[in-house]
Design a protein. Structure first.
Length: 455
């Protein structure tokens, strides 16, 4: 079945139809570069007056970037921030709705934002650097004083084609940080590759690291105690965000900021005072006697991280509500099914963002990875996301944990008619309160036109 996004095609889409396929890749590449150059000129080269720290990787970019911004503010700088979840222009912090909430907006939008930051007196900008944004020159003209790679796992292969091309796109950030601080995850399988990219001061983090060596992580229901070694001394960090993966994010932020000259006590103080990361292990508390967590996890690695963390802090059963996005790498769907069925007691497969795909097919592909045995999860398939959340809530008992994965901070879902307003936290709150969310009502109306048998 083929859908139309509001019956409209962009000018770029129309132009691409007239370019031979064997030339399209090269024409597009040059076109992106030209657009970035023009945008930089139009807005008066705003990046020249600011310093940049970039974070790339498959998972953890948003959390690490927010941590870096918090550290630099604690160190006394005026800091701007650009992440998938939130933007801070130096005066105001708001949800990222730039060009539909892209990790890296288009060049004209980015340059306009940077001009605003410069006008607001921003000295440092902490920024996520997505693989597509890097490949398409959206960060053209930005010289990074520091760059970090959190990890590299299977993602965006629908765009890049293979892991080598995906890694090469990420590595562009390190080349844009020539002479700066280059931080790598010593435990990642791509560590050696990135340790050879770019030129600058190299630092690493992780259990195998020589700089910020992770010793252990102990998580409870409210925090994580991170033990690590730095310059031969054992140190402790008490985070208000939980999980081993957040310990890695924190050490990545600590490594890059220490390389930029921030002292360790300032770094630890900033990290320990960070209350939460939007849409990352965010708790929905309506007075119920079980925990409800909303998280952005949508890759197999991220789903495994969030479910492992939730399992470690859960006395009762672990329940997961998750789906997969359409028009994205099919290869990550079955692994999500496998991981959730192995780590959970109950797994509710539901729709995420189908985009232009048939959601029935997406759910089927998730289901194909489910491991069925007496030791794995009870599995349910519920198309409507609100109904799936309600199903999980109806089965939850005291001391259980429900993880609603996939959407996190996102305030929209992409379906057959394009973007529709959505908020997992608001929907979960409505379900817990026995109410109907306006987002749920609208989504059902849209989907009913295309899938009347399911909605």
């Amino acid at each position: 079945m083929v859908f139309r996004y509001n019956g409209r095609m962009g000018i770029r889409d129309i132009v691409k139809k007239f370019i031979p396929k064997n030339l399209l890749k090269y024409v597009t590449y040059v076109g992106h570069l030209a657009e970035a150059l023009i945008a930089t000129i139009v807005y008066g080269f705003p990046a020249r007056k600011m310093k940049f720290v970039g974070v790339t990787g498959t998972n953890g970019k948003t959390s690490t970037t927010i941590m870096i911004a918090a550290i630099l503010r604690k160190a006394g700088y005026s800091v701007g921030m650009s992440t998938t979840a939130v933007i801070n222009d130096g005066k105001t912090e708001y949800e990222n709705n730039l060009d539909g909430g892209l990790t890296n907006a288009t060049p004209f939008t980015i340059q306009k934002l940077l001009k605003t930051m410069r006008r607001n007196g921003v000295e440092w900008v902490a920024m996520e650097a997505g693989s597509q944004g890097l490949y398409q020159h959206r960060l053209f003209g930005l010289k990074f004083a520091g760059a970090a790679i959190t990890n590299l796992t299977n993602d965006h292969l629908d765009y890049h084609g293979n892991m080598d091309s995906y890694a090469a796109a990420k590595a562009k950030l390190f080349r844009q940080a020539k002479g700066g601080v280059l931080v790598t995850n010593a435990d990642d399988e791509w560590a050696d590759y990135f340790a050879k990219q770019g030129q600058g001061t190299r630092l690493n983090f992780g259990k195998k690291a020589t700089d910020f060596r992770l010793i252990s992580v102990q998580s409870d229901q409210k925090s994580s105690l991170v033990n690590f070694e730095y310059k031969g001394q054992k140190e402790q960090l008490k985070l208000k965000v939980q999980g081993v993966f957040n310990a890695y994010n924190a050490l990545a932020a600590a490594a890059i900021c220490s390389g930029l000259g921030v002292d360790l006590r300032t770094i630890l103080s900033a990290l320990e005072n960070l209350e939460k990361i939007p849409g990352r292990m965010e708790t929905v508390d309506c007075g119920q006697d079980f925990r409800v967590i909303v998280d952005y996890a949508h890759t197999p690695d991220a789903v495994q991280n969030i479910l492992t963390t939730a399992r470690n802090i859960t006395k009762g059963r672990l329940i997961c509500v998750s789906g997969a996005a359409g028009d994205r790498a099919v290869s990550r769907r079955a692994p999500v099914g496998k991981i959730a069925s192995q780590l959970c007691d109950i797994f509710v497969i539901t729709d995420d963002e189908p985009h232009t795909e048939d959601p029935t097919k997406i759910r089927s592909q998730i289901m194909s990875g489910v491991i069925k045995s007496k030791d794995t999860a009870q599995v349910y398939e519920v198309a409507d996301r609100t109904d799936a959340i309600a199903k999980a809530v109806s089965m939850a008992k005291k001391d259980d944990t429900i993880v609603i994965a996939g959407m996190g901070h996102q305030k929209y879902r992409s379906g057959p008619n394009g973007h529709e307003d959505w908020d997992d936290i608001e929907v979960a709150t409505a379900v817990l309160g026995g109410k109907t969310s306006k987002f749920s009502t609208n989504w059902r109306k849209v989907m009913h036109d295309y899938f009347p048998n399911e909605y």
